[in-house]
Design a protein around this ligand. Structure first.
Ligand SMILES: Cc1ncc(COP(=O)(O)O)c(C=O)c1O
Length: 326
């Protein structure tokens, strides 16, 4: 990847003259079966540009109550685009009840914001959304003339786990934002794809938000590299996560999730008494965990091999076997 980055042809992308960025945008659009693509700085920027481009000021988007683009993106749509969010509780599998969504679509009445967009997230906490649910969501949005956006930060994990072409997921949507970072392993960047008109609008808003690239082909080269080399290997991350879940489940103090279609995440509940010193103890064994999420969210990726999984499991076992409360 570093070699590809160092050899990338570059140009001024604000003027549409960076050939590597253009190649990345075209490659992503083709993969997702969309007309056009846009290289953006982050998943957050991709999701925000989708809001800007599907909605006008005073419109509304429906999203999961715990969805990244409602809960964890600083309220950008409301703050910067004057778009009102309408959250809906996420079911455990990440779907939104379509009956609830239907009930929340506002009538055409000036008392209400105009509902324009439904957003889904895939994978959801490490689970792919069911494909037949995507069809139902698509049908609902067609009937009610809403656009359908996918926060596909980890959509390649979903496609690999479901053994389908990624386009068979994304072609059910009007737009998708997918991360090249995270599991795919690029240092930075996401791609936003959709119709040509949609991407023209997103490109304009990206510039307004200060996100126009200059000679960023070096970054796009990393994105192209991961699209070419790091998708199929996600199955290895899924295998590692399954291994990790299985080994941690042997520790009686832990409650490990039982995800039916696990991709690269393992969710672990630890006893209250371990919260204070678990992370520093694991750190001494060379295992870094963040206690920001609870249950703990352990994520496998291309820098974690089977030896790493064994090291992590050993560190957890050592901690809990030593510290059983009297
Ligand atoms: C589901 C999901 N969507 C979007 C994002 C935002 O991506 P970024 O960190 O590149 O802004 C994240 C980041 O963790 C995420 O998990």
């Amino acid at each position: 990847m570093r070699k590809a980055m160092s050899e990338a042809a570059v140009g001024d992308d604000v003027l549409g003259e960076d050939p590597t960025i253009t190649r990345l945008e075209e490659a992503a659009a083709e993969m997702f079966n969309m007309e056009s693509g846009l290289f953006v700085a982050s998943g957050t920027q991709g999701n925000l540009l989708a809001l800007f481009s599907h909605c006008q000021r005073g419109d509304e988007y429906i999203a999961g109550q715990a969805a990244h683009n409602y809960l964890e993106e600083g309220g950008g749509g409301a703050i910067l685009a004057s778009i009102q969010p309408q959250p809906v509780p996420n079911e455990v599998d990440g779907t939104l009840s379509l009956d609830r969504v239907r009930d929340l679509i506002k009538p055409d009445d000036f008392h209400y914001a105009r509902t324009r967009l439904l957003c889904l997230e895939n994978t959801w906490h490490g689970r792919p959304l069911p494909l037949d649910y995507l069809d139902d969501a698509r049908n609902l949005t067609r009937v009610h003339k809403l656009a359908l956006h996918l926060d596909g930060a980890r959509v390649f994990n979903a496609a690999v786990r479901q053994q389908v072409e990624v386009s068979s997921i994304t072609s059910r949507f009007d737009s998708i934002s997918a991360c090249l970072s995270k599991g795919l392993g690029a240092p930075v960047g996401s791609v936003l794809c959709g119709s040509r008109i949609f991407i023209d609008s997103a490109r304009r808003w990206r510039k307004v938000l200060g996100g126009g690239w200059r000679q960023a082909g070096v970054l796009a080269a990393a994105g192209l590299y991961v699209l070419e080399h790091h998708i199929e290997r996600l199955a290895m991350d899924h295998h590692h996560a399954a291994l990790l879940a299985e080994s941690l489940a042997e520790i009686e103090e832990l409650s490990v999730d039982n995800l039916p279609e696990r991709t690269n995440m393992v969710w672990v509940e630890v006893p209250q008494w371990s919260l204070a010193d678990l992370a520093p103890s694991l750190r001494k064994e060379g295992v870094l965990i963040s206690m920001d999420d609870y249950p703990l969210r352990l994520v496998t990726h291309l820098d974690i091999n089977e030896t790493g999984i064994r090291t992590a499991t050993r560190a957890f076992k050592k901690y809990f076997f030593k510290r059983k409360p009297a």
